[in-house]
Design a protein around this ligand. Structure first.
Ligand SMILES: [Zn+2]
Length: 164
């Protein structure tokens, strides 16, 4: 069985228990993006050629714990994953543009993500975390193709932690 995955983490440190809107952007926004995609696709009766999985990970803030467990299991069980697209911090964009991450991602999926984002919302920017900063890195470290996510308005893969 061939699988395409869209994902987001639902845990949050929120900076502190008194932080303003703890968890709203990181990563309530990513969770809402994929929940809305699921709602729209289900309502449209979408029947994908490949299995489309929606993943909600725990423990991202603790070191990508949930996604590492899932992708290590997928690797050891020989699951075929065509692509992984992770959403992290989709609700905040100081530049007003979608920024596409360029590290810990698959370059061809990244290019495709950029074409889609540009077609729908205009020019994009690029960014890099410099480390495996979100759950896409778990997929990548287990040998699966990941798409980059934008740093300002995370829409592809990767994550930029801003602190609070
Ligand atoms: Zn996050």
């Amino acid at each position: 069985m061939t699988v395409v995955i869209v994902s987001a983490h639902y845990d949050s440190t929120g900076g502190s228990s008194t932080a303003r809107g703890p968890g709203a952007d990181d990563n309530g926004s990513g969770v809402v993006v994929i929940l809305e995609a699921l709602r729209v696709l289900a309502n449209a009766g979408f029947k994908p050629k490949d299995t489309l999985e929606f993943h909600f990970y725990a423990g991202e803030e603790g070191g990508l714990l949930g996604s590492q467990a899932v992708f290590a299991n997928y690797k050891s069980s020989g699951k075929t994953v065509l692509a992984v697209m992770n959403q992290d911090m989709a609700g905040y964009s100081p530049s007003g543009k979608i920024s596409i991450y360029t590290d810990y991602v698959d370059s061809s999926l990244t290019a495709y993500t950029r074409v889609v984002a540009t077609s729908y919302i205009g020019a994009t920017t690029s960014d890099a975390c410099g480390y495996g900063c979100s759950d896409h890195a778990s997929a990548r470290s287990n040998g699966f193709r990941t798409s980059p996510r934008p740093p300002d308005t995370f829409v592809s893969y990767g994550e930029r932690e801003r602190g609070s």
